[in-house]
Design a binder for this molecule. Structure first.
Ligand code: NAG
Ligand code: NAG
Ligand code: NAG
Ligand code: NAG
Ligand code: NAG
Ligand code: NAG
Ligand code: NAG
Ligand code: NAG
Ligand code: NAG
Length: 767
């Protein structure tokens, strides 16, 4: 016994001598317990970046005293107890040890933005000293621990962006000091918090920020939420909440942000919303709200975003809004708002977006909008506005988009485009605008999309439009425009889409640029248009002298073509006859096919079924002596490729009729390259095999399919210059039905020509 005591005395002496005193020793035991708790936490973590590598007890006992207070992410209070643990942004994962509950002095725990994918230990809720807990942006699973209601001092709880599921613990309502409760699930991850928002939330009267967005919360918002008199932000967006919004929200005098969008709310908004609060953001879009827009929403003078679109709001736009100087965005499209656009919106110095489309607005576009210096986006389309356009509205210095389509606007399009420095989209379609297209529109250097369709515009298409550097889409259809299509429009630098259908345009369609490949549907409904992709001009009378001389050239060219065709046909007949004989006597597969097709010359696409040749092989054969025919789409040549012991026929397509005179040998190279290159040739071959087995004996169907495929391949040539013109494509498609007898018809777009595309068509005709 004595010995024991002596030993103890000795033992303590040893420690006391080593350190400062007995009291400290007792404390040390506790502190060492915290150190070991931390080590236990460390043991559960995966720490690839070795961020908490320094969490180690030194070997010599001497260093042991509260050494953990120096560890990365650990802070101690003046008593040497851990009060703050910050493991955020450390790329750690793994599980959080139950031993965390041993850090009873912990007031701040931050583990945000890591890779934790376990559940939170239930015991964590026994840390009742906690004032702030942030476990956001992890992959934490399971239900959120119950018990934090006992942490009387808890002010911040951020559990957003995790994989929590289940219900919001009701006892949180007892954590009445909470100022920030962020439980939102976010895009990447989702807290699947479901069920109702607990009524007890009304107990957390100090709550300032409540963010439960992106969850699966349903039912109504509890009326108790109106008790949260300190609430500054309420974000419930992207849930499945329904019913009416508690009228008491109007009484929250601190409310700055109210986000309710993308739910199923119905009924009216509290009529006094914003009346006594510095409301800044109000976004209730994509619900089924009805009733009037709260007139008081800008009472505090702080409203910047008023976002009400996709609802069923009715009644007028409150005039109070047009004195709301703080407004930046007003988005009210897709509602049933009626009445007129209030005066004064143009005087709001910060207003950038004004979206009122698809409502029932009547009256006029107020003049004062023109005086705005801030508006960049205006959409008034799909209303019943009935006025002329304010003359300077398109000169708003920051205006990028102006859409006023589908209204009853009248008068002329103001000729005031000198200052349109930013305008990129102008859509005035489906109105009753009359007069001509102002030439000054061409001074809008940034205009990309100009849509004037469905009006009553007259006069010509201003030539200057062709010079616009960024114009990509030009729709002038359904008007009464007269005159010709300006020559240069096809070569307009950025033009991609041109629609001039249903006007009174006349004369030849220039065959350059975009107009080479224009869809004929974009030209229809103009009885006087011809040439280009349309049928050639015949007997077209009102002609300039240049056009007349062109016409003469065309007639001349026509005769030359006609005569040489006859000659070519005769030559080709002989050539083909011997060819045919040769093949026939070889006893090749052609024999069989010939029988199959009832003695008709088997429709062959030799040029592309024997694919051993190169573009060089073909190029050398482009000479006068090899011409075996000339068709509507080009000249047919014979190519005797000795190397392969093969004779093929190929057709060199012409770009368009008007190009005939100017065609240079360079074009030949270009077009033949397309045919010869056929990087797709393996695709074609494989397809043939597939078709062979599937279509079986329906050879003509197979051939037709292959033909169309080949046309498609031509159209997808790498370089645009290698692609056939729309006119050629249409003709080719028309001809791509070799076995079908064509009914004679004048409409070349609807009809098939009997001669195949790349075929030995003259031969076909003769045998
Ligand atoms: C913490 O580290 C500093 C230097 O890095 C050292 O001076 C101090 O003594 C250490 N404190 C403890 C308690 O280990
Ligand atoms: C840490 O994690 C972040 C986010 O998961 C990642 O972008 C980053 O590359 C990681 N850093 C290292 C060094 O692995
Ligand atoms: C909660 O955490 C997320 C992600 O770490 C952060 O973006 C968000 O601002 C935090 N919420 C609050 C209210 O501080
Ligand atoms: C909240 O606290 C009260 C007393 O302080 C207690 O009676 C009640 O059970 C607690 N509520 C929850 C859900 O824990
Ligand atoms: C968390 O949820 C996301 C999306 O819901 C899912 O892709 C991911 O696998 C989940 N992570 C874990 C650890 O369950
Ligand atoms: C919390 O709210 C619930 C429901 O509203 C109520 O029954 C309870 O008494 C409140 N608890 C405290 C501590 O105020
Ligand atoms: C609206 O919320 C649903 C889930 O409630 C989501 O699937 C959808 O993407 C959300 N829509 C938008 C525009 O965020
Ligand atoms: C609201 O606006 C008023 C006056 O413009 C300003 O004094 C106040 O600070 C603003 N409040 C908030 C929360 O922005
Ligand atoms: C116009 O708004 C109504 C709702 O008021 C909506 O149902 C409809 O789809 C909208 N139409 C268009 C074209 O957006």
């Amino acid at each position: 016994m004595r010995l024991k005591v002596q030993f103890l005395v000795f033992f303590y002496c040893y420690i006391v001598c080593s350190y400062l005193g007995l009291a400290k020793v007792v404390q040390n035991t506790a502190l060492n317990d915290e150190a070991s708790a931390l080590l236990s936490i460390k043991a559960g973590l995966i720490d690839p970046l070795k961020r908490i590598h320094d969490w180690n007890l030194p070997d010599n006992e001497a260093g042991k005293y509260s050494v953990h207070c120096n560890w990365t992410g650990v802070w101690c209070n003046s008593n040497g107890a851990v009060e703050k643990l910050d493991l955020s942004h450390m790329n750690v994962s793994g599980r959080i040890s139950d031993d965390i509950q041993r850090l009873q002095s912990l007031t701040s725990l931050n583990m945000c933005c890591n890779g934790f994918s376990s559940s939170l230990p239930k015991s964590i809720a026994t840390l009742t000293s906690l004032k702030s807990i942030d476990v956001s942006q992890n992959f934490l699973l399971g239900s959120f621990p119950v018990g934090f209601g006992g942490a009387a001092g808890l002010t911040l709880l951020n559990a957003s962006s995790n994989n929590f599921s289940g219900f919001i613990p009701e006892d949180l309502g007892n954590a009445t000091s909470l100022e920030t409760l962020d439980l939102r699930g976010m895009f990447l991850y989702k807290n699947n918090l479901k069920g109702k928002i607990p009524a007890s939330i009304g107990n957390i009267t100090s709550l300032q920020l409540l963010d439960l967005s992106d969850n699966m919360l349903s039912n109504e918002i509890p009326d108790e939420i109106s008790e949260l008199k300190n609430l500054q932000l309420l974000n419930l967006m992207c849930n499945q909440l329904s019913g009416q919004v508690p009228a008491g929200l109007g009484g929250l005098t601190q409310l700055e942000v109210l986000e309710l969008w993308n739910n199923s709310f119905s009924g009216p908004l509290p009529i006094d919303l914003g009346k006594n609060s510095p409301l800044q953001w109000l976004d209730v879009s994509s619900n089924s709200f009805s009733g009037e827009i709260p007139a008081s929403s800008c009472n505090g003078g702080n409203l910047t975003k008023l976002i009400l679109f996709n609802n069923a709001f009715s009644g007028p736009i409150p005039p109070s809004l047009s004195t709301c100087q703080s407004l930046v965005r007003v988005r009210m499209q897709n509602n049933q708002i009626s009445g007129t656009i209030p005066l004064g919106l143009g005087k709001l110095g910060k207003l950038q977006r004004l979206e009122l489309a698809n409502n029932s607005l009547t009256g006029q576009i107020p003049d004062d909008i023109s005086s705005s210096t801030s508006l960049s986006f205006i959409d008034l389309s799909r209303n019943q506005l009935r006025s002329s356009l304010p003359s300077t509205i398109l000169s708003i210095p920051n205006l990028q988009t102006f859409i006023a389509s589908n209204n009853n606007l009248v008068g002329e399009i103001p000729d005031q485009f000198q200052d349109c420095p930013a305008l990129s989209v102008l859509d005035l379609s489906s109105n009753h605008f009359s007069g001509s297209i102002p030439t000054s529109i061409a001074s809008c250097q940034k205009l990309v999309n100009l849509n004037l369709r469905n009006n009553q515009l007259t006069g010509g298409i201003p030539k200057a439009i062709a010079m616009m550097p960024t114009l990509a889409i030009l729709d002038l259809s359904n008007n009464s425009l007269t005159g010709g299509i300006p020559d240069s429009i096809g070569t307009s630098p950025a033009l991609e889409m041109l629609n001039v259908s249903y006007n009174r345009l006349e004369g030849p369609v220039p065959a350059n640029g975009v107009l080479r490949t224009i869809n004929p549907n974009d030209l229809v409904g103009n009885a006087g248009l011809c040439a280009g992709v349309l049928p050639p001009c015949s007997g077209y009378s009102p002609m300039t002298s240049r056009q007349r001389s062109l016409q003469t050239k065309h007639i001349l060219a026509g005769w030359i073509i006609g005569i040489s065709s006859v000659l070519a046909v005769v030559i080709a007949a002989f050539g083909a006859r011997s060819l045919y004989k040769k093949w026939y006597s070889n006893g090749s597969c052609f024999e069989e096919r010939l029988e199959m097709s009832n003695g008709e010359w088997p429709w062959r696409l030799m040029a592309f079924q024997r694919l051993g040749f190169t573009s060089g092989d073909i190029l050398t054969c482009i000479k006068e002596s090899n011409v075996i025919g000339m068709g509507a789409t080009g000249i047919v040549y014979k190519a005797d490729i000795a190397r392969l012991n093969t004779v093929v026929a190929f057709k060199k397509l012409w770009r368009s009729r008007t190009d005939i005179e100017t065609e240079s040998s360079g074009d030949f190279v270009g077009e033949v390259n397309v045919l010869g290159k056929l990087r797709h040739r393996n695709i074609v071959r494989n397809l043939e095999e597939v078709l062979e087995s599937n279509v079986g004996n329906c050879k003509h169907v197979q051939e037709e399919m292959l033909l169309v495929l080949r046309i498609a391949l031509l159209c997808t040539a790498k370089l645009p210059k290698d692609r056939p013109s729309m006119r050629d494509v249409i003709t080719m498609l028309g001809e791509a039905k070799p076995r079908r007898k064509s009914t004679s018809n004048n409409d070349r777009f609807a009809n098939n020509k009997p001669n195949p595309v790349f075929s030995t068509s003259p031969v076909n005709g003769l045998l």
